[in-house]
Design a protein around this ligand. Structure first.
Ligand code: URP
Ligand code: ZN
Ligand code: ZN
Length: 486
């Protein structure tokens, strides 16, 4: 019998499917035994009193990325991954973001150069496709998919990134042919720009008008368009950062028709509202993200949709721009109008405790649902399961030890990112990730970080299983391959 590196004894485990008490044996970073273990290991931990869940998988975060306003995120790969693991997340999937004129292959190489020396947790990449040239569609995407980059994000808004509907269809066709998952930022760009021009012409420039320029119907329209485009090509899509009722109605409509439509929501749509954008002075800039937070009634509808299983994943959309910093939210000067303020809020470290506290500890979600939403489903959707997102023999030994009774008042001083604010300042939570293990090594204990820059491993993603759902083309012509089907 192999010598064990680590045994966690009396582990009270919750996975997305089960609850059990066991010992967990680890060799070379992987779980090799689950059950009663009658041997010893170099390191042993008695986990009595803790709840153990799989390490979190945050499948939507922006790290060392330049925003569409030309501003860099405050976090680099080290501070973002340090913050992730201290919040219980052991795998992140940020973006390698193509800007127009760039080769996607080169972009991927550049992001690896940033990540390799600094990542302290494991990671994969989604590709942001903003320039689907013939070279990108015909050569780069197919070869990158084969190399383990099996998901792309496309934007229907932001002048610098948005695709036309035709370009969007081209990308969907590649995804179907080659086997990739497409994530969509669904907001109608022309409607937003048209509204913003009129607001600014009327002298309405404060952060709160960001929400006025992007009402829910611009998200509803783009969500429905996304669903229709994906239906035409018969390819799965995931609609990211869904903010409220009208988009949820469209997604439920699609799911009820059996379409391959998945959805993600984020903490900002459960815990923030548009009133936060109306804080005095420029404080509202701290809460500006796209789509914007809505109202209390919409928060409740997002909660209900989480309970009903409409959402597959709960991600952070961590997009950190410091407030009191000339390179951050106020980069355009002391009195920017809302179009000049970078969109995005931080949240990589607070994502899991917020959902554990307000979802599980308040009885809205089961532990199984929590694990599925914060870890297992993302690993499955993006081709990383069972290596990630589970506690089973053969999985990486990534876990969180929770104190389900610990009450904490969130404050920026407790967090490990490079930010100067958290939108969740003074929120009270119950249920806190005390220890985090990455591949069998304890890298966080009681807020003390023990990881190291460069210790994180790059993960090649496999074929997303949703690509293998039964064919459901609207006509017998398959536009992705250019043939009639028998
Ligand atoms: O406002 C947001 N969400 N900023 C990050 C970029 C994006 O669209 O996800
Ligand atoms: Zn987005
Ligand atoms: Zn995002």
């Amino acid at each position: 019998m192999a010598n064990l590196d680590l045994i966690i004894r009396n582990a009270n485990v919750a996975t997305s499917e089960n609850r059990f008490v066991c010992d967990i044996g680890v060799v070379a970073g992987q779980i090799c035994q689950i059950g009663e273990i009658n041997q010893t290991a170099d390191e042993e931990l008695d986990a009595t009193g803790f709840l153990i869940t799989p390490g979190g998988v945050d499948s939507h975060c922006h790290v060392e990325q330049i925003s569409s306003n030309g501003i860099w995120t405050a976090d680099d790969w080290f501070s973002a991954s340090r913050s992730a693991v201290c919040g219980g997340t052991t795998t992140i999937i940020p973006f390698a973001c193509q800007h127009r004129g760039q080769s996607l292959r080169q972009v991927v190489n550049d992001y690896h150069d940033l990540a390799t020396p600094k990542a302290a947790c494991d990671y994969a990449f989604h590709l942001i496709v903003s320039d689907p040239t013939e070279q990108v569609l015909g050569q780069e995407l197919p070869s990158l998919i084969k190399a383990g980059y099996t998901s792309f994000k496309i934007y229907l808004t932001y002048d610098a990134l948005k695709l036309s509907d035709r370009e969007f269809l081209d990308v969907l066709a590649v995804a179907r042919r080659e086997g990739a998952m497409v994530m969509v930022h669904a907001e109608n760009n022309d409607m937003i720009m048209w509204m913003a021009e009129r607001l600014l012409a009327a002298g309405l420039a404060d952060p709160r008008y960001h929400a006025t320029a992007r009402p829910m119907l611009v998200e509803r329209e783009a969500t429905h368009r996304t669903i229709s485009m994906a239906e035409l090509v018969d390819v799965p899509v995931l609609i990211v950062h869904v903010s409220g009722a009208e988009a949820i109605e469209q997604i439920k409509w699609a799911q009820n028709r059996g379409l391959k439509v998945f959805a993600e929501t984020c903490p900002q749509y459960l815990f923030l509202t548009e009133d936060d954008l109306d804080r005095p002075g420029l404080e509202g800039a701290k809460y500006m993200c796209s789509p914007p937070p809505r109202d209390k009634a919409n928060q409740e509808i997002v909660w209900q949709a989480l309970e009903e299983g409409v959402f597959e994943v709960f991600s952070s959309d961590h997009a950190p721009y410091r407030f009191d910093d000339p390179k951050g939210k106020l980069a355009a000067g002391e009195s920017p109008h809302f179009k000049q303020i970078a969109n995005g809020v931080p949240g990589i470290e607070t994502r899991m405790t917020l959902l554990m506290s307000e979802g599980v500890n308040k009885g809205r979600l089961s532990l199984q649902e929590f694990v599925a939403l914060t870890s297992t489903n993302a690993a499955k959707l993006y081709g990383l399961h069972p290596r990630k997102g589970d506690i089973t023999e053969g999985s990486d030994a990534d876990f969180i030890l929770w104190d389900m009774n610990k009450e904490v008042t969130i404050s920026q001083e407790l967090l490990h990112d490079a930010m100067d604010y958290t939108p969740y300042q003074d929120f009270k939570v119950k249920g806190w990730p005390i220890m985090t293990y990455l591949r069998g090594k304890k890298i966080c204990d009681s807020g003390n970080f023990f990881g190291r820059a460069g210790e994180g491993q790059f993960l090649e993603c496999g074929r997303p299983p949703a690509l293998d759902l039964p064919t459901n083309l609207p006509t017998r012509f398959d536009p992705a391959v250019g043939k009639f089907r028998a």
